[in-house]
Write a new protein. Sequence first.
Length: 79
Amino acid sequence: MTELTNYADIQKVYSIWICNENIPKKLQNTVTMHSIKKSDVIGETDEPEEDYDLINVIIIRRGKDDSEPIFDYLSGVFE
């Protein structure tokens, strides 16, 4: 029930996506983080970042190069 939800209790979340197949060559062996940022369009607000920056999405795109530790580790996990 929405009226019982305490939005002050929402915790920050990290969603990690690991891409293994059909990755374009230029995107292989990359890690990208997407996050929510505030942009005042009309007027200005004074909202603390911790009130709206509640999710980060991390996309790991594997490739053939295992020189970075994260890619070396994932090769072991997925093979």
